[in-house]
Write a protein that binds this ligand. Structure first.
Ligand code: ZN
Length: 430
């Protein structure tokens, strides 16, 4: 085989860690069988793909270098794949810091609402900011935060605008920002997030007149590759969610669900019935619940969102039981203004270990290749193997076990996207 010329060689890696070399999605015992290679290097070609990765001498023997090849000394760092955050809500205006404070002081939902909090406050601000064009810089800032935290691929949902025009505009604007941002963004239409004020008491009218037309339009225009629904008391019921997700599937979009966050509304059965890619949250799922085994036996991923458990003081999803039962387990931040204002996948990994009782290796697999599978990108991102995009995070840590152990400050040394060094965040040790 002809040797390929490297555009960049990342050498001096203390240990390279990448998910098990078995087909994605990874489940069962393979979840914790990560590959760990001491004394490693990664060579990336002009097209941004990994040409060779492994023991440094083998990598150097497998490639050629030229005058324009860059060499990056990892100085003994731990190398992992860039995080894939498969569940985020980055398109919103304003924040809900005041609500956070009120809630912590014991304010009721009504008091929060009266003080201008709650999701409807975000919707009003987001619509206005989409209309006057002021939302762009804020969304870009959200993506900057994710990148600085080591996320190199993220899903981004609409869902804070809730009119046909504004939902599509949310996706269009996110796509335009992503075009010149290093993070790869996969867009999801979350038109069925909540019932907006103008459809108060008429969720069916909203689904039929806004959400389903938005699904069809988003699919026809290529603005989204998936559609998501919030299946919960006070939002949308199973029949409405079924209608919306069936329309999504018929239009060629992948189906996803927010389910079992606060209560069982039949989300797991619905996810399996419509062939959804994932059901996300699952905090209301008891470890002994039979439905857990039903999910584990299916091809629907269970996406753990432990930052929202932390944020809302809620139980953690039964990640340990799901993993042991053979479920496809993925992990994400759920970055949003109301219930998880945090983009750090390393904190999500800490909480997946502390709260959901995954091992460090399982949490890494869930936050990389399995999350990539949820987004349909498992052939391109989520591993440090040949042919994958050169998305690499270098951590100032001696071993994988330190990633969850070192809470909040994972010591991100460098982030590469497609072999390009995109950040050495100065605040990572702050
Ligand atoms: Zn969410």
């Amino acid at each position: 085989m002809q040797q390929q010329r490297a555009s960049i060689v990342i050498h001096g890696i203390g240990t390279l860690v990448t998910p098990a070399r078995v087909p994605a999605p990874i489940r069962g015992a393979d979840l914790r069988q990560v590959v760990e290679i001491p004394g490693a290097a990664i060579a990336i070609g002009d097209d941004g793909s990994i040409l060779a990765s492994g023991v440094e001498a083998d990598v150097r023997a497998a490639i050629t270098t030229g005058e324009d090849t860059r060499f990056h000394d990892a100085r003994g760092a731990l190398a992992i794949p860039g995080f894939v955050d498969c569940h985020t809500h980055p398109v919103f205006a304003g924040d809900r810091a005041a609500e956070f404070e009120l809630r912590n002081q014991g304010a009721s939902y009504e008091e929060i609402h009266a003080a201008g909090g709650g999701i409807r406050a975000s919707v009003a601000k987001t619509r206005a900011a989409l209309d006057d064009g002021s939302i762009g810089p804020q969304v870009r800032k959200h993506l900057d935060w994710m990148l600085a935290a080591g996320t190199t691929t993220a899903e981004g949902k609409s869902g804070y605008a809730l009119t046909l025009h504004h939902e599509l505009e949310s996706l269009r604007m996110l796509g335009a920002i992503a075009e010149d941002h290093p993070i790869r963004i996969v867009r999801t239409l979350l038109a069925a997030h909540t019932v907006p004020v103008e459809f108060d008491g008429d969720p069916d009218g909203y689904i039929d007149q806004v959400a389903i037309p938005a699904v069809r339009e988003a699919a026809a225009t290529g603005l989204a590759s998936a559609a998501d629904v919030f299946l919960e008391r006070g939002s949308f019921d199973r029949t409405q969610a079924h209608r919306y997700l069936t329309a999504a599937r018929d239009a060629g979009l992948a189906a996803r669900l927010h389910g079992d966050q606060f209560s069982d509304q039949g989300g797991i059965e619905l996810a399996i019935e419509v062939g959804a890619r994932s059901i996300d949250h699952l905090e209301a799922l008891e470890p002994g619940d039979d439905r857990l085994r039903t999910l584990a036996a299916s091809d629907v991923a269970g996406v753990l969102l432990p930052l929202s458990s932390l944020f809302l003081g809620r139980p953690y999803a039964p990640g340990r039981v799901l993993a042991d039962a053979g479920a496809i387990v993925a992990l994400a931040s759920d970055f949003n203004p109301g219930s998880s204002y945090g983009e750090s996948m390393s904190v999500a990994i800490t909480l997946a270990c502390l709260g959901c009782k995954l091992t460090a290796a399982e949490a890494l697999t869930a936050a990389t290749i399995n999350a990539a599978w949820v987004l349909g990108l498992h052939d391109r991102v989520g591993r440090l193997d040949v042919g994958y995009r050169g998305d690499v995070v270098l951590l100032d840590q001696p071993a994988l076990a330190h990633l969850p152990y070192h809470v909040g400050t994972p010591g991100i040394q460098s982030v590469f996207v497609g072999g390009m060094l995109v950040g050495a965040p100065s605040g990572s040790h702050a």
